[in-house]
Design a protein around this ligand. Sequence first.
Ligand code: AMP
Length: 283
Amino acid sequence: MRVVQNPAKLQTALARLKRQDKKIGFVPTMGYLHEGHLSLVRLARKENDVVVASIFVNPLQFGPREDFKRYPRDFPRDARLLKKEKADFLLAPAAEEFYPKDFQTEVKVTRLSGRLCGASRPAHFAGVCTVVLKLLNIVKPDRLYLGQKDYQQVEVIGQMVKDLGFSVMIRMAPIVREPDGLAMSSRNVLLSKKEREEAPCLHRALCEGARLVKRGVRDAGGLQKPMREILKRAASARVDYLEIVDVRTLRPVVKLKKGQKALLTGAVFFKKTRLIDNELVRV
Ligand code: AMP
């Protein structure tokens, strides 16, 4: 695996491979890798000739009072893990070079970015889109690998790619979980012992919602109430949002219709640490 800091160097190396008609799979991350990230790398490895991963803790997608500084980092360990998964390139740009002082461009997907996580993190998705478009322009992959854990991110990036006519296939991989159901996240290490014990309540609440849908409950209120009850029992949990939304528009669904695909999704603060999770359901 080649570790590259300079985007132009990566482009030169990839241009040669593209001329040989090699297919490129790209896995963007913020590092502090876990099995969720590695599942994306494995899928990319299976489906492409060349695998590029990136590690960049993107300052643009953090709000001023969010955890950019606290965000966990361990580059040597990440590089080892990616090498073990047989990634071909690891792009790890330096923030000052990636965003020089005169950087002033922002890419924004308007409607989708305002919902769910976007409601409490107003600049988040513009930061995500800006970095992802910049990375896509460097790597120009055939396939882009994203996790369902950040479902809204997948939809927002999908919209951006479609609107701007960027030709890349988006592949969404399932959520990888800890044995107790907690969705793997780099942020899980920021939880205290008690918060970590309580954190699986988010997944439990979403599973309860999915179970009720299967049992015939159709109205959002009737689903949300028992889900919130589960979260209430966790003393350290404070709900940011808990919603049942349409899978494409991400708008709240009042009553589920037959055949409808919906997303049960939530964000919960455990003291300072905000975790997200979701379950896809089909009525
Ligand atoms: P991050 O480093 O948190 O920005 O995540 C990088 C990519 O890994 C994103 O596409 C995430 O959706 C994906 N990802 C993060 N956690 C998981 C997980 N538990 N299971 C599957 N994919 C994940």
